[in-house]
Design a protein around this ligand. Structure first.
Ligand code: ARG
Length: 263
């Protein structure tokens, strides 16, 4: 995770961001801290990267890369405003014992790459290039499934799809069907017949932007419908208010990069 010390909305690279609206960095810090503390209470180890001045979006650590089996595939951001974050996260991975694979292709890390069971679901359409999907398949040796996003509000895969059970053969997901093109919806319906379908009234709070350990699911507290569906399915939802970070177009998952070391 990355403390939002320099958080603000200074430019607009997604429809949630309105630089003319005020932001409050101290509120962002408080809300971010509740997420951090929720993770430690659940027994996760949380590592921090130093926030850099001039990079207000660095708090959205999910975009910093993708790690699997001790390998880190670095991010290459679409927008110039975020491009310096790629090398900053790359350096962190190197210093923390990951074998770093510098990406050739444009990609925004775990914003668009989600590990589900043995496969990696990969978003494209707004940020991450399809070419990076092939590159990631080569680097990881895993199946990478391309999914095309069509709604600019849901510009990263992790805003439109949540991984509920990270591991195991019956790994399941939740998603907003209308965020995907027809072909991608068909792929998701075939691969995940038991998926939780989430409606726009939950997705608009970035309810899908969540982190699950297979049982506890940390979500936006305003996503009441999703919260109820999770309970019905036997999960334990943990609702948090990250409203200040929503002004930048991010939520729970965006603030979180999963670190997967050597197996
Ligand atoms: N303002 C950031 C951007 O537009 C938000 C990133 C959210 N991160 C995510 N993983 N969806 O790039």
């Amino acid at each position: 995770m990355c403390r939002p010390d320099h958080y603000t909305v200074a430019y607009r690279i997604n429809p949630w961001m309105n630089p003319q609206d005020p932001t409050d960095t101290s509120v962002a810090l408080q809300q971010w801290q509740t997420l951090h503390d929720a993770y430690t209470a659940l027994g996760h180890d949380v590592e921090l990267i130093d926030p850099l001045p001039g990079l207000p979006d660095m708090v959205y650590a999910a975009n910093g890369g993708f790690t699997l089996d001790g390998v880190a595939y670095t991010a290459r951001f679409t927008h110039p405003e975020r491009q310096p974050e790629g090398p900053a996260y790359g350096e962190w991975f190197r210093e923390h014992g990951f074998r770093v694979h510098e990406a050739r292709e444009v990609n925004e890390g775990e914003g668009d790459f989600l590990l589900v069971g043995d496969a990696i679901l990969a978003g494209t359409g707004f940020r991450t290039s399809v070419e990076s999907h092939a590159e990631l398949a080569q680097v990881t040796g895993r199946e990478v499934v391309t999914l095309r996003l069509v709604d600019p509000r849901f510009y990263h895969l992790d805003t439109a799809l949540a991984v509920l059970d990270p591991a195991g053969a019956d790994a399941n997901i939740a998603y907003l069907p209308e965020a995907f093109d027809d072909a991608s919806r068909a792929v998701l319906a075939r691969r995940y017949p038991d998926a939780v379908e989430v409606g726009i009234e939950d997705a608009r709070w970035l309810g899908l932007n969540s982190i699950s350990d297979g049982r506890n699911v940390v979500i936006a507290s305003r996503a009441k419908g999703f919260e109820a569906s999770l309970r019905e399915r036997g999960y334990t939802p943990i609702g948090l208010d990250l409203a200040e970070l929503l002004l930048g177009g991010g939520g729970v998952k965006c603030c979180t990069l999963e670190l997967r070391g050597e197996r």
